[in-house]
Design a protein around this ligand. Structure first.
Ligand SMILES: Cc1cc2nc3c(=O)[nH]c(=O)nc-3n(C[C@H](O)[C@H](O)[C@H](O)COP(=O)(O)O)c2cc1C
Length: 175
């Protein structure tokens, strides 16, 4: 049994949902998973875990600044253990931008950090216009219009490939 920590950054909860799915898969394979928000990591002792997974969603082109700070502070211990990172964004709904080698946010992110995650993934996220504030709804609809995505203000689409998430759970268990 491995003790695995998954540290997540989410704004609307979708990345957490992905983590909870991973937790189910990974725990069924006889591991113990601890889910921690990036905002609650100050008291976390990474050395007490066997494997570390970090994940974050994209908002206005960026992962949360706290993710960069956490990686900077902990890069040594991150690199010393089996580890993985995944990004959640809606650009990844496009097949040609859906892999670690082709997703522009992940490519840029990796250039900005000192840590080289051993395992990488990208998951397409979710659009739920009704839950966004006026400005955010306007902006994301505009981004969707530019990238030929759905613009109907009642749209609630989950682009995540949940089988891909489950496969990733198995990869984490084995890493
Ligand atoms: C205000 C806002 C800005 C966003 N900006 C981007 C973006 O620049 N690029 C992108 O691919 N996805 C963008 N997204 C989509 C999110 O990455 C997607 O909704 C994801 O599922 C959010 O995950 P979370 O709920 O864990 O934060 C944006 C979403 C919102 C609401």
């Amino acid at each position: 049994m491995a003790r695995i920590i998954i540290i997540y950054s989410t704004t609307d909860g979708h990345t957490l949902e992905i983590c909870q799915c991973l937790q189910q898969v990974v725990e069924k394979l006889n591991n113990q998973v601890t889910l921690v928000s990036i905002s609650d990591t100050s008291a976390i002792d990474l050395s007490s875990f066997d494997k570390i997974v970090i994940c974050a969603s994209i908002r206005y082109g960026k992962h949360n600044i706290k993710v960069y700070e956490f990686i900077k502070t902990n890069s040594q211990i991150l690199s010393a253990k089996p580890n993985a990172f995944f990004s959640v964004n809606v650009v990844a709904r496009k097949p040609e931008k859906s892999t670690p080698a082709t997703n522009p946010y992940l490519i840029k992110f990796l250039k900005q950090i000192a840590w080289e995650p051993k395992i990488l993934a990208v998951f397409a996220g979710k659009i739920d216009y009704k839950r966004y504030r006026f400005f955010d709804r306007f902006m994301i609809r505009f981004i969707m219009w530019m990238t030929k995505g759905p613009t109907d203000p009642s749209t609630n689409i989950d682009f995540t490939d949940w089988n891909q998430v489950k496969d990733f759970g198995r990869i984490i268990s084995e890493m």
